[in-house]
Design a protein around this ligand. Sequence first.
Ligand code: SGN
Ligand code: CA
Length: 544
Amino acid sequence: MKIILKLKNIILLTSVFFFMAVSCKDKQEVLEDENAQSQPNIIFIMSDDHAYQAISAYSDKLIQTPNIDRIANEGMLFTNASVTNSICAPSRAVILTGKHSHLNGKIDNLSKFDTTNVTFPQILQSAGYQTAMFGKLHFGNNPKGFDEFKILPGQGDYYNPTFITQKGDTVINGYVTDITTDLALDWMEHRRIPEKPFLLMYLHKAPHRAWYPDEKHYKEFTQKTFPLPETLFDDYEGRVAAQTAEMNILKHMRLSYDNKVEEDVLKRLNITDGGSRYEYNRMTPEQRSSWDKVYQPISEDFEKRYPTMDDKELMEWKYQRYLQDYLGTIASVDDNVGRLLTYLDDNKLSENTVVIYTSDQGFYLGEHGWFDKRFMYDESFKTPLLIKWPNKITPGTTEDEMVQNLDFAQTFLEMAGVKAPEDMQGESLVPILTGKKELWDRDAVYYHYYEYPAEHAVKRHYGIATKEYKIIRFYYDVDEWELYDRINDPQEMNNVFNDPKYAEVVAEMKQKLQEVREKYKDSEKLDNHYIQLYNDKTHNNLED
Ligand code: SGN
Ligand code: CA
């Protein structure tokens, strides 16, 4: 009896002490503790030029990406996510500001980002989030709203890259994809404040041109052969802007710069297609020696075969070389996403962390005979999007609603319970993620590409896509319209704009395009304003 009484007293006393301790806690601290529990951590993973065709959750024809797929297996796979402007820095500006290019001002890669724009990381930081960014930004200036950043200058390098940090520039030896992950893990391990929710932007340079894999993966991928896309030999009939674009694998991909044929071999073969193996020249002697063991035999083989190759054979050879290196860089991204997810598991962070995987845009992997992006055609208009949010998203869900990178800012703010500014132009994806799809009624998405005249010669164009159709207008030095029937012609080979059978659809889509342009506050006046700015040399103040 006595023992039980004693025990009761101990319990009572401990409870009193506990409540005293809580009430002694600063009110603000308590609030932060509560927020830390209710506000999820957000990890935004973005790679550069990662085609959805090269993620096995979408298609396993080319590569297995088990770690990236895990995000969809535990969350949601978006099969109809697109960008508003398929090029690097503009896409990033749209993501950060939640505004279309014509309003945030970052229309192309050539001008600096206007830092008077309000970005979602700044808002999250003010709302108590700890924020960090590692990897590629490509803005020409440093990001605002981050407690810590280590970013690549411009495009960044694969081998032994330089990073811009708050304490100055530093060169880190090794492979960029591994290093970017090391930086992110080091920040989570040593500088994360456990009482605060965090936003981590973890941004890979890979698989951007000129596609330099690490040793493990070039050894593996140079042994592989990939299926040819059905449209590899597209002749661009009926599509004027496609005819003048300069991104054809046969005609515009460079044998040394892109396909890594040694310069001496090209000299002996009398081939001058410009460029050199830039990244090779950055390697340490050890890195070069490993590289040469694999790539020298490829050059030697090419030297033997080239004299008898016709265009078809050369196209196929270049396509295989392209995919071997491109996919090799993705295999590293996948390994490193695995490292990050394992870290979250090991540190009990998985349950309260949203993980997003996306790319700054899609990419052509030989479809239409192309590499690169920029066009509103599906392979570069669409982008991969996989989101895991434990206890909110039903694992293994596939979603075909037309969502865009424009929606990310408002989505993250809503996840954090923070009100988004009225002038953001996207829509939060939270209803879709949490099974309240009836609140989502978007029926068309808007697109506008500006960087012309420029590399790859893709003409300026804007358009809208609905689930059934896509209408595009190319302008500046042409005035060309295109219409695609997305259901019957998913490869977008037949421009049916002038087909009388589609006259009614054309009229409806033109009308809708006008309405959408008005809704998003885009106009001919703004088109002309940006042409004027572009022609003014001060606009082009950045190297690509
Ligand atoms: C570089 C590439 C282009 C690529 C742009 C933009 N050329 O200029 O092929 O389209 O970047 O890419 S290279 O010869 O320098 O590799 S983006 O992803 O940054 O928009
Ligand atoms: Ca890109």
